[in-house]
Design a binder for this molecule. Structure first.
Ligand code: PMP
Length: 407
C-alpha cells in the first residue's frame, strides 16, 4: 500500500462523517459527483462574505476583489491542465455545456453536409446527443469506434473509420461506465494526421490522471468542476487560442463585446468571447480552491493510491460468487461496474444503501456501451482518493451477504 495519508485527508471532508440509515456514510458514487473539502466550502463562504460583486464592469473595490478571485481561478485551471495561456480557459456550467458550446459554435460554423464525426462506443450521452442534434440539422454522418470484450477501444477499427471526410473526433479519456482509460495521445495524433479536429472529454479523468493539454494536443478539452471536488454548475472548456478566436460565439450579450451599435458588434477575444452575461463567479473561485487542494496532495500521488485501491477492490469483487464485472481492460481507473446473478441492479443498490453505502445503479448516461455488453444497467461503485480498503471490505461484505438467488 502506498504511503498515502488517507485518514488525515478524510478529515477535510465534513460529509464523510455523515450517518445515513444509522450507518457511517461510505461514498462510492464519485463518478457521479465528488464530495467537497472544507477548503472549498470555506472559500465559497469567504467569497460571499468579503468579495461578492459582479466582475469587470465596475470600478470599485469589491469589483476588483471578485475580478481578481475569478481571474485567479482561471490561472489555477491553466496551470493545472498546463494550457499555454489563461485565454484558453473558458468557464462554463460543466462538461455538457462545454460540448454543446463546441457543437453550437465551431460545429455550426465549420461542418457541412456529408462531413463525418467519429465518436467511441464508450461515450457518455453528453458526448453523443449534441453531435446527433448537429448531424440531423446539417446532414452529417456519425461513425463509432467499437470496443473489445474488455471494453477497450479497437484502434485498428478507428484507423479504418478515419477518412478525408472526417472533420471531428470526440472521445472520452476515461469511460464513466467501465473505467477504461483510452489511448488518448494516439487517438489525437491519428485524428490530426487525418486532418480532423479533436475534442477530449476529461470529465472522468481530471481528478484521477494528470492532465497536460499541450502534451495531449487535443483542440478542445472539457471537464466539470463537481467531479474534481469543486462546486456544481461550473466547468471548463479549454480550446487552443487561435481556434477559439476563429470561432463565432455561441451566446451574445454583455461582457463579451468591445463595442455595440444597432448595426454591428465588435467582440472581445477568448475567453470573454464565450462568456456572455454574468457567469458563475463564486463557483469558479470555488473550483480554483478545489484545484489548489488537489495540487497540494499531488495528482500523481492520487493516481498511485487509487490504482492500488482499484486493484484491491477488483480482487475483492472478483471473488464474490455470481458477480460479473463489466469492463476488464488492463488500463482502468476508479470505476467498477458489475451485475449480480439473481438480483436487479436496483435491488443491489438498495441493499447497499441500507448499510450506508452510496453507489450508482442504472445506465450511467452511457446506454450504448452497456448494451454492447447486453445490459441495460449495472451497479457502479466509483472511487476517489478519500476511499479506503476498509470501505471496500464493507462493500464486498454486504454484496456477499445477499442470499444467493439463482434463477
Ligand atoms: N462525460 C463523462 C465521461 C461524464 O462522466 C459526465 C458526467 N457523468 C459527463 C460527460 C457530463 O458531465 P456533467 O453532467 O457534469 O455536464
Amino acid at each position: 500500500q502506498p504511503a498515502f495519508q488517507v485518514n488525515l485527508l478524510r478529515n477535510d471532508f465534513p460529509i464523510l462523517s455523515e450517518q445515513v440509515n444509522g450507518k457511517s456514510l461510505i461514498w462510492l458514487d464519485n463518478a457521479a459527483t465528488t464530495q467537497k473539502p472544507r477548503q472549498v466550502i470555506e472559500r465559497l463562504s469567504y467569497f460571499y462574505q468579503h468579495e461578492n460583486s459582479n466582475i469587470h464592469r465596475a470600478a470599485h473595490e469589491l469589483a476588483a476583489r471578485s475580478t481578481d478571485a475569478y481571474e485567479g481561478a482561471r490561472q489555477k485551471v491553466q496551470n493545472f491542465i498546463n494550457a499555454r495561456s489563461a485565454n484558453e480557459i473558458i468557464f462554463v456550467r460543466g462538461t455538457t455545456e462545454a460540448i454543446n458550446l463546441v457543437a453550437g459554435s465551431w460545429g455550426e460554423q465549420y461542418l457541412q453536409q456529408d462531413d463525418e464525426i467519429i465518436l467511441t462506443h464508450l461515450e457518455h450521452h453528453a458526448n453523443i446527443v449534441p453531435w446527433q442534434l448537429l448531424a440531423q440539422k446539417k446532414g452529417l454522418k456519425i461513425r463509432v469506434i467499437p470496443v473489445d470484450e474488455d471494453g477497450q477501444l479497437l484502434l485498428e477499427e478507428y484507423a479504418r473509420l478515419l477518412n478525408p471526410k472526417t472533420k471531428l473526433v470526440a472521445f472520452t479519456l476515461v469511460s464513466n461506465a467501465l473505467g477504461t482509460i483510452t489511448a488518448a495521445k494516439t487517438i489525437v495524433d491519428m485524428a490530426h494526421a487525418a486532418g480532423a479536429k479533436v475534442l477530449a472529454d476529461g470529465a472522468q479523468s481530471v481528478s484521477h490522471i494528470r492532465t497536460d493539454v499541450q502534451l495531449l494536443d487535443a483542440d478542445w478539452f472539457v471537464f466539470s468542476g463537481h467531479k474534481i471536488f469543486g462546486p456544481t454548475g461550473i466547468g471548463v472548456l479549454y480550446g487552443k487560442e487561435a481556434l477559439l478566436n476563429s470561432t463565432q460565439p455561441y451566446h451574445g450579450g454583455g461582457n463579451m463585446i468591445k463595442d455595440v451599435t444597432f448595426e454591428s458588434t465588435q467582440f472581445h477575444p477568448a475567453p470573454s468571447l464565450f462568456e456572455a452575461g454574468t457567469g458563475n463567479i463564486a463557483d469558479a473561485v470555488g473550483l480554483g480552491a478545489a484545484i489548489d487542494y488537489v495540487q497540494k496532495i499531488g495528482i500523481d500521488n492520487i493516481y498511485e493510491y487509487e490504482h492500488f485501491l482499484l486493484n484491491y477492490a477488483t480482487k475483492k469483487l472478483e471473488q464474490i460468487p455470481g458477480l460479473r464485472l463489466i469492463g476488464t481492460a488492463a488500463e482502468k481507473t476508479s470505476v467498477l461496474s458489475f451485475v449480480l446473478q439473481g438480483y436487479t441492479t436496483t435491488e443491489v443498490g438498495e441493499a447497499l444503501s441500507r448499510e450506508g453505502i452510496a453507489v450508482r445503479s442504472g445506465h450511467h448516461c452511457a446506454q450504448p456501451i452497456l448494451r454492447r455488453f447486453g445490459l441495460e444497467s449495472t451497479v457502479r461503485p466509483s472511487l476517489a482518493f478519500y476511499n479506503t480498503c476498509s470501505e471496500i471490505d464493507t462493500l464486498a461484505h454486504v454484496i456477499t451477504s445477499l442470499q444467493p438467488r439463482i434463477k
